[in-house]
Design a protein around this ligand. Structure first.
Ligand code: NI
Length: 171
């Protein structure tokens, strides 16, 4: 099932999402929800998606396999994700967001972070993410804390719809 994308200024995008009870992760309902999120992410042409962007206040996000540096054969599902920086180095780069259609802007992100989450089977997952992968994780975790990149972006501008090979990916 493909969900509609919730657009700014919908209040759900500005609230912290609810933590997921680990006991329910392997249940049929959650598993279906993960599948629907991944399907929605592809249909809407995003490189990542947070559950709040489809109107569901749950700490779940997905990242497309082409940007999943952990395992390029699988779309990544992160439940209750947290991250911390491993390096003070930050980099400015262009970002877009499915919930703020047509806009792009520059934002500063850490280039190396440690991520902790539960995977789609409810198992603890810990990994280091760098560069673009790290930026997507930070963008999606911001969503789950109720923040949009436009709150701290500079050079916000309109642009044509992102193409699949665009240098302007949307998350
Ligand atoms: Ni976004």
């Amino acid at each position: 099932m493909v969900y509609d994308i919730v657009l700014d200024p919908n209040p759900i995008l500005h609230q912290r999402a609810a933590e997921v009870d680990p006991a329910g992760i392997t249940g049929r309902e959650m598993q279906k929800f993960f599948k629907d999120m991944v399907e929605t992410m592809y249909v809407k042409d995003g490189v990542g998606l947070a559950a709040v962007q489809i109107g569901v206040s749950k700490q779940v996000c997905t990242i497309v396999k082409t940007h999943n540096a952990l395992n390029r054969h699988e779309d990544l599902v992160l439940v209750n994700p947290r991250w911390e920086k491993l390096d003070r180095h930050e980099e400015w780069d262009e970002e877009g967001c499915l919930s703020v259609p047509g806009m792009f802007g520059k934002i500063k992100r850490y280039t190396k972070i440690k991520v902790q989450a539960l995977d789609k089977q409810g198992q603890p997952l810990q990994f280091v993410a760098e560069n673009f992968f790290a930026k997507i994780v930070q963008h999606e975790c911001d969503h789950l804390q109720g923040h949009l990149y436009v709150e701290k972006a500079k050079d916000l501008h309109r642009a044509e719809q992102a193409k699949p090979d665009s240098k302007y990916p949307r998350e």
